[in-house]
Write a protein that binds this ligand. Sequence first.
Ligand SMILES: CN1CCCC[C@@H]1Cn1ccc2ccc(-c3n[nH]c(N)c3C#N)cc21
Length: 245
Amino acid sequence: MKLDIVTIFPEYFAPLEISLLGKARRTGLLDVHVHDLRGWTHDRHRTVDDTPYGGGPGMVMKPEPWGEALDALAPPGAAPRMIIPTPSGRPFTQALAAEYAAEPWLLFACGRYEGIDSRVAEEARTRMPVDEVSLGDFVLAGGEVAVLVMVEAVGRLLPGVLGNADSVADDSFAPGAMESLLEGPVYTKPPVWRDRPVPDVLLSGHHGAIARWRRDEALRRTARHRPELLPRLAAGALDEHDRRV
Ligand SMILES: CN1CCCC[C@@H]1Cn1ccc2ccc(-c3n[nH]c(N)c3C#N)cc21
């Protein structure tokens, strides 16, 4: 997979050199290119922003540098899927991460200030798919951190990036029987720590009992932290066992 990232803060993406994604880059699974938007400015101050039409606070990112960047990175005949992080976007979910992981080429546009002139996305849509995506109902200062999150969520789904393929299948929100459940608690050695024992069932070696316990704990945690993920719980559609959790 090829990833282009356009930003005025390229140094934000130094973390992509380390850990799993760093290894994916070194082994060729990920081909990541970070571009400084100011490379497509032509004035002495390398200006990327200006005051908003119609007034209001802050500054807006000028369309010209973005237009030239997209012309250079995605010339006619070559079309990445463009992803623009914005608080007003569609929610970024595990399902969307999986969709992106199947794409051969993604181009992330990191906005700053009050955002990117809206004509940039409008013009880009004439030649490539453009998604405006939000990480959640909170406000960041720019798109860079959102892109780091998305690149990690997508990169870890690529075959060969994670050592243990099973850990993707067990993810919260991954398709399958536990799809809408949160992960339950996890434990490792020692068996007792500060007088706190690991639950006996996990030491029992009874795989069926362990699987049932894990589902019960996932149901309990989901009902506590994200009841909206369990509409069936409210509708009473869960079976007798699940209800006893
Ligand atoms: C604060 N400032 C004025 C109000 C509008 C946003 C702006 C800051 N800002 C500029 C570019 C940009 C991109 C993403 C996000 C963002 N915030 N929260 C999310 N879930 C985000 C995503 N994904 C914020 C951004």
